[in-house]
Design a protein around this ligand. Structure first.
Ligand code: NAD
Ligand code: DAU
Length: 353
């Protein structure tokens, strides 16, 4: 890919930072502009290694700010948008849905409006690529998989806001002809994930000998994908996805939460030179999440058969690489855990920790 100017939103977050790095390094002939509000979840440290690159620009800004978006479109004349900025944590959406409505719905519409305004007379070789989640499909029982045709049935304020944004992106395609691609991905894990999410939260607590909170009985199932495999799928879909199409992206890697946490405990025992079984003692069953979806599982045969993408990182290897990264980046973890996060943690899990 040469001479493209691409706006990536939410590039200082978890998946966004891996995606920005991949594009900046793999496409030196393209200009990558990262817009991020730097909420509690955004962290420029995630991108320190590419900060000085000639083809990379960072703009601190809010995607609900239409004037700013218009100015950026005027200044950079974007060829494409890869839209990742969002409020992304289900538990936070339960205690405070408003921010999710603002960023995930209004923010997406603001981006769509700017794209439409600036591209209207020439959609050729333009693309609005919207990154979404498998949570829009709701919950599965013991069997079956989410396909691109599964009806939407979001059950948390987070997933409802993402579903709403997906519908709007699709509506702009059908109504105005905007060239769009949407992908719905399963749970990501890997370096730089904010420690409010299950895997980094558990790593952090195990290391600090704190209780590891497991919701309900830990029977809920998630389908885990290494974050760099997701970034690779995003790169492929940006280049080869067909406008108007949706693609499911997943790990083919289902784990009950409790089994995953036990595996993590075994890895941590080894890494921390603890006796086998020591970390498992930290597992603490806590009150279940409200409206907790039981199972997610993705059928990713469309992207596999049409574009040749499939996950490349084996789960136990990926988990070990993730643990290593968190153990080697203690200062990163300490910094993001200070301030606002501590207040959130106390509210979510009780002050005793
Ligand atoms: P994250 O919370 O780590 O990062 C979100 C980023 O968006 C942060 O850098 C934050 O500062 C930025 N942001 C938030 N509000 C903003 C606003 N109003 N304007 C500009 N920037 C703003 O999220 P993530 O886990 O990296 O997820 C990225 C995207 O991928 C989201 O759209 C999410 O719905 C989707 N997704 C995530 C997963 C997952 O497992 N994490 C799976 C599938 C899809
Ligand atoms: O499926 C894709 C989604 O995956 C993304 O769209 C979301 O942005 C991302 O946050 C993630 O959502 P989940 O709710 O599945 O992820 P989380 O890490 O919060 O929780 C994973 C599972 O672990 C879920 O069943 C809830 C459970 N859990 C979570 C936390 C934080 C616990 O048992 N204890 C915890 O403390």
């Amino acid at each position: 890919m040469e001479n493209k100017t691409i706006l990536i939103t939410g590039g200082a977050g978890f998946i966004g930072s891996h995606t920005v790095r991949l594009f900046v390094n793999n496409f030196p002939g393209c200009k990558i502009i990262n817009i991020d509000k730097l909420t509690y979840a955004g962290n420029l440290e995630n991108l320190a290694d590419i900060e000085g690159k000639d083809n990379y620009y960072f703009i601190r800004g809010d995607i609900t700010d239409s004037d700013l978006l218009d100015k950026l479109f005027e200044r950079f004349n974007f060829d494409g948008i890869i839209h990742l900025a969002a409020e992304s944590h289900v538990d936070r959406s339960i205690s405070g849905p408003d921010e999710f409505v603002k960023t995930n719905i209004i923010g997406t519409v603001s981006l769509l409006n700017s794209a439409l305004k600036f591209w209207k007379n020439n959609f050729e070789s333009k693309l609005f690529y919207h990154i979404s989640t498998d949570e829009v499909f709701g919950t599965l029982g013991k069997d079956g998989y989410f396909t691109e045709k599964t009806p939407y049935n979001p059950r948390s304020p987070y997933s409802a806001s993402k579903a709403s944004s997906d519908h709007l992106v699709r509506a702009y395609h059908y109504t105005y002809g905007l060239p769009v691609v949407i992908s719905n991905c399963s749970n990501n894990y890997g370096p730089n994930q904010f420690p409010e999410k299950l895997i980094p939260l558990a790593i952090n607590n195990i290391r600090n000998n704190k209780p590891v909170p497991v919701y309900g009985r830990g029977e809920n199932v998630r389908d885990w994908l290494y974050v760099m495999d997701h970034a690779a799928a995003i790169s492929l879909l940006y280049q080869k996805g067909s406008p108007g199409e949706t693609y499911n992206v997943g790990g083919g890697n289902e784990w009950k939460n409790i089994d995953l946490i036990k595996l993590l405990c075994r890895i941590m025992d080894k890494k921390l030179d603890r006796e086998e079984g020591e970390s498992e003692k930290l597992i603490t069953f806590v009150k279940d999440r409200a409206g907790h979806d039981m199972r997610y599982a993705i059928d990713f045969s469309k992207i596999k058969n049409r574009l040749g993408w499939e996950p490349s990182v084996d789960f136990s290897q990926g988990l070990e690489m993730t643990v290593d990264w968190y153990l080697e980046n203690e200062s990163w973890l300490k910094r993001v855990c200070s301030g606002e996060y501590q207040e959130y943690y106390n509210q979510q899990y009780g002050k005793k920790d």
